[in-house]
Design a protein around this ligand. Sequence first.
Ligand code: PGA
Length: 252
Amino acid sequence: MRKKIVAGNWKMNKTFNEAEDLLFDIADLLKNNRPADVEILVCPPAIYLELSADIAHENGFSCGAQNLSQHEAGAFTGEISAAMIASTGAKYVIVGHSERRTYFGEDDVLLAAKVSQALKHELVPVYCCGEVLAEREAEKHFTVVGEQIQKALFHLTAEEFSRVVIAYEPVWAIGTGRTASPAQAQEMHAFIRKVLADKFGQAAAEETTILYGGSCNAANAAELFANPDVDGGLIGGASLKAEDFVKIASSF
Ligand code: PGA
């Protein structure tokens, strides 16, 4: 179902005590300032998932992981399975973040398997797509994003696809302070919805939540979220400060 989501991707930040403080700060701020109809999601490092899921659920927000293994279980040292994530109470998992693609060599074939594995264990995959700067400058951004979606999501059944959230994150905007303009975000989100409509039908495309990510912050969230095809944000740096994060969640 299409809904508004503001998700915080903490990446590899925060020690245990810092994570706990941030979670309670978010919970405190939400007590007085809970945006209506917005799902608020924190995606901490996996080691804090159980803690985060507990605090999140007690305080009316949600918790997700940043990555998962494509394998079910077994001899995969250092990996974390979908079943393990689900067993902590986490409900979401980010799949295919550009940092996973760039630094850990994750490609669309692998990501297709990760998406399926997440769905198998009733986790909502937040599937990330987005072009690098050279691709945008060469005007290949629609082709690149279209292919990322096709290769990692088109194997899904209609029922499986209905549980997927998409995050468009232009790589040149991630952590750079250079955000996509509201028009650039809207243009790409509308394109993604069209790609989805061609495959899964117009109704399914309309029901899909498509988040924007990349230097989204408390100052620019409102103009990004005002676009008809932007259903919220996947927030990196600005999600590490409770006040900024909750302000972004209140920017619809
Ligand atoms: P940023 O990161 O908000 O720090 O640009 C977004 C992301 O990587 O999800």
